[in-house]
Design a protein around this ligand. Structure first.
Ligand code: AMP
Ligand code: ZN
Length: 115
């Protein structure tokens, strides 16, 4: 997708601090971290928002979660755990219209999910 910043990151047109990459998934550090560990995991397929997911995407979304575990192992925070957040649409405050999963960790995050 032409004007999508995350598609540009996938194509290497915008730099990122990559954490993990395979044929389907890319993970990189969030530019404005909200926790000591703040990694974004995205599918290489452009899907604007979670409400656009189709049945054909089920395996891809499953793969994202197993990839998150691989990243947790690779980066050394599997033992302590993490939180995954995916914003969808206006009420969530989704800013980048390419689905992404925030991995947050590196400290005790507290019991509030919403601000
Ligand atoms: P959301 O509010 O769920 O759409 O989150 C978008 C996230 O993308 C925010 O946490 C931003 O800090 C992050 N972000 C935006 N541009 C970049 C970029 N070029 N590289 C890394 N992270 C980015
Ligand atoms: Zn995109």
């Amino acid at each position: 997708m032409e004007d999508c910043i995350f598609c540009k990151i996938i194509k290497g047109e915008i730099p990122s601090k990559k954490v993990y990459e395979d044929e389907d998934v890319l993970a990189f550090h969030d530019i404005n971290p909200a926790a000591p560990i703040h990694i974004l995991v995205i599918p290489k397929k452009h899907i604007s928002k979670l409400t656009d997911l189709k049945e054909e995407d089920e395996a891809l979304i499953g793969k994202i979660y197993t990839t998150i575990n691989k990243i947790a192992e690779q980066e050394g925070f599997k033992e302590n755990g993490y939180r995954v957040i995916a914003n969808c649409g206006k009420d969530s405050g989704q800013e980048v219209m390419h689905i992404h999963f925030h991995i947050l960790g590196g400290k005790v995050l507290g019991d509030k999910i919403v601000g």
